[in-house]
Every structure is written in structure tokens, then in C-alpha cells.
Ligand binder design. Structure first.
Ligand SMILES: Cc1cc2nc3c(=O)[nH]c(=O)nc-3n(C[C@H](O)[C@H](O)[C@H](O)COP(=O)(O)OP(=O)(O)OC[C@H]3O[C@@H](n4cnc5c(N)ncnc54)[C@H](O)[C@@H]3O)c2cc1C
Length: 329
């Protein structure tokens, strides 16, 4: 039996969907490891404690609440010190992070501080004899490596959208904790947050992504992707590197090896060839739809549904069909 410490990611004072995914993964890990407790660390400015209930809903047995103005923005130094202090206390067998920008920054800091092994960006895992065996995409997703984490504590991060948030309500138990390092004295300070991707939904939180490539021919034609995203109502717009390099879309919208890793329920690739570097960031999407006028485009090899056609004809028709389907419930 081993307890699990999980970092619940907050942005702009709100818990992100990845926080519920991480708690779900932590719950799963605790059960696989013989039924330990899940403790979620929730950090933020005054009032963040109000968000604790949501974490209990997803299976956190205890929510460690760290309230301080110094945590109004992401504070890597003080968070790493606090998480490492907890993890090194002997109470926990594992720590779970989301493999997001914050989690990728924080998890190695914590692992290094406690001398723990780190398995990053896992899409699934099992536990055998206390060791975690986690699946991690290698070589742009061409191979899947199984990473073995032996010894306690062990640190792992989970790929956004790889674990479906699952309600598993626990009674609300909170514990107010203090930071292990002065949060106002951190050498690293986040002074401002700029909205990255152009839509209102973050690419990692969106259940539907409409991604455009060079086949759209010009930046203004991304309106076709925006209209389809708008018709779905819960979609974000992404792009290939060819597009972001051209300056048609911001770099934060780029999906792929050198961009964002996404796994939405539905990924619609619009005028995208399907280069290996692009596939590396989206091949774990649950359902992939590709629209391309070249029937031999590599994207069709991984697509669940393919439409061979001109995006300028297919997209307006698809958008109208989605709007109509939504209107009829
Ligand atoms: C080190 C490295 C890292 C990289 N990292 C990334 C990354 O993170 N993400 C990424 O995306 N790329 C990355 N790339 C670039 C990658 O190799 C490809 O060049 C890029 O993904 C191609 O983008 P694209 O599909 O938009 O363009 P193209 O390859 O030019 O494909 C355009 C597609 O649109 C189709 N098309 C054209 N007109 C129409 C039309 N009217 N209707 C329908 N279809 C049409 C064409 O048939 C074609 O298949 C990286 C490359 C390197 C070397």
C-alpha cells in the first residue's frame, strides 16, 4: 500500500481539466498499489480552498491547501520545495503530475530534490511489486517504451487527455499547509500570462480540435477552421508547424513534436499532409478525421475517417452539417 501525492494544476485561479485527469490517474495508481490514499496539493491565492471540493469529487482523499498571494501565479521554486518536502517525508510512494508546461517544469525539479526516478508523459501504467511500468511514446510515437520506476518515492507525469477524469466522490477533507520556501522570495517569477492559442478553449482542455495545415493556402482561410470549431461549441483550433512558421497562426497553436501534445476525443485535420513530426503530437487522439485532396496523403494512414476533397468545398458543408445536427439536439 502506498499513498500518492498529486499536483492539481491551477491557471488563473481555476482548476484545469488536467488536474482532474491527474487525480483520476493518482486514484488508479493508489488502487493498483494496494489501496493507499490520494493527497492533492492545491496552491493559489486566498480563496483557492473553494476549489478543493471538486478534487474530492474526482477521488482525492485529502486536499492540501496552500494559500498565499505568492501562488496567485505559477511559482516553480516554492512549489517544488513544498512538494519535495512532502514527498520526502516518507508518507508517499508516488507523486503524479500532468505532462503540461507546468508539470514538465515542476516534476523534474521535485524528482531531483528527493533523488527520485521520473517517468514522464505516460499514457497508461500498471504496478507490479511496487514498481510502476508506464507507457511512453518514443520516436514521434512510432514506438511505445515501457518505463520501469523502481524504488520509492517515484515521480511520474501523465499525458493530457490520456486519463478520462472519473468521478469517484470522497468526503471533503482539507488540510491548510504552509510553503516550504518563502513564495515571495522566488528567483523565478511569472509576471504575466498571455493567452497563447487564439481560441477561448485551451488545446489541452478541448474535447474537439480542428487543426489546419498549409492546404488552407492563406491565414484568412483559417476562418473555415474557426467556423467549424464554433459550430461544435467545445472546440479549439490548432495548426501545423508549416503554418506557424509562416506566421499564419501563433506558435502556441502548433501541434506536434516541437509543439503541443494533444489527445482530444475528436481531431479534425484540415489540409494537413500528416508528417511524422505532426503525428507525434496528435496520434493518440481518440477519433481522427482527415480532409485532404490527395488520397495518398500520409494522414489517411492514421485517420479513422477520411474525406478526399477540397477543403474549400468540404469545410463549409461540414460546418453546416454540424450546425444542423446541433440545432436538432
Ligand atoms: C525537427 C522538426 C520538427 C518539426 N516539428 C513539427 C511539429 O511539431 N508540428 C508539425 O506540424 N510539423 C513539424 N515539422 C514539420 C513537418 O515535417 C511538416 O513539414 C509539416 O507538418 C507540414 O505541414 P502541413 O501538413 O501543413 O503542410 P504540407 O506538408 O505542405 O501539407 C499540406 C497538405 O494539404 C493538402 N492540400 C493542399 N491543398 C488542399 C486543398 N485545397 N484541399 C485539401 N487538401 C489540400 C496537400 O495535399 C497536403 O497533403 C517539423 C519538422 C522538423 C524537421
Amino acid at each position: 500500500m502506498a499513498n500518492v501525492l498529486v499536483f492539481a494544476e491551477v491557471r488563473g485561479g481555476e482548476l484545469r481539466k488536467v488536474a482532474f485527469e491527474a487525480v483520476t490517474a493518482a486514484r488508479q495508481l493508489a488502487e493498483l498499489a494496494g489501496g493507499g490514499s490520494v493527497h492533492a496539493l492545491l496552491a493559489g491565492a486566498a480563496g483557492i480552498a473553494d476549489k478543493a471540493e471538486a478534487l474530492a469529487q474526482y477521488g482525492a482523499d485529502r486536499i492540501l491547501v496552500l494559500e498565499h498571494e505568492g501562488f496567485a501565479q505559477y511559482n516553480p521554486e516554492a512549489l517544488a520545495a513544498t512538494l519535495a518536502q512532502r514527498l520526502g517525508s516518507g508518507t508517499y510512494g508516488y507523486a503524479v503530475f500532468s505532462a503540461t508546461a507546468q508539470g514538465r517544469d515542476l516534476s523534474p525539479r521535485v524528482a531531483a530534490k528527493v533523488g527520485a526516478g521520473l517517468a514522464p508523459d505516460l499514457t497508461s501504467f500498471t504496478v507490479d511489486g511496487g514498481a510502476v511500468y508506464g507507457q511512453h511514446f518514443h520516436m514521434n510515437g512510432k514506438t511505445i517504451a515501457t518505463l520501469a520506476l523502481r524504488g520509492a518515492p517515484a515521480v511520474l507525469s501523465v499525458r493530457p487527455a490520456a486519463f478520462q477524469p472519473t468521478v469517484n466522490a470522497k468526503p471533503l477533507v482539507t488540510e491548510a499547509i504552509t510553503s516550504a520556501a518563502d513564495p515571495s522570495a522566488s528567483r523565478v517569477k511569472v509576471v504575466a500570462l498571455k493567452q497563447g492559442n487564439t481560441g477561448t478553449i485551451d488545446l489541452n482542455d478541448a474535447p474537439v480540435i480542428v487543426a489546419g495545415g498549409r492546404g488552407l493556402k492563406a491565414p484568412e482561410h483559417f476562418k473555415l477552421c474557426e467556423d467549424l470549431a464554433d459550430a461544435f461549441g467545445n472546440a479549439a483550433v490548432g495548426a501545423t508547424r508549416a503554418v506557424t512558421d509562416e506566421g499564419w497562426r501563433p506558435h502556441a497553436d502548433q501541434i506536434g513534436q516541437t509543439g503541443r501534445n494533444v489527445s482530444p476525443d475528436l481531431y479534425i485535420a484540415v489540409g494537413i499532409s500528416g508528417a511524422i513530426q505532426h503525428l507525434a503530437g496528435m496520434r493518440t487522439s481518440k477519433t481522427i478525421v482527415a480532409i485532404n485532396k490527395d488520397k495518398d496523403a500520409p494522414i489517411f494512414k492514421i485517420a479513422d475517417y477520411g474525406i478526399v476533397g477540397d477543403v474549400f468545398e468540404v469545410m463549409p458543408a461540414l460546418t453546416a452539417a454540424v450546425r444542423q445536427a446541433k440545432a436538432h439536439g
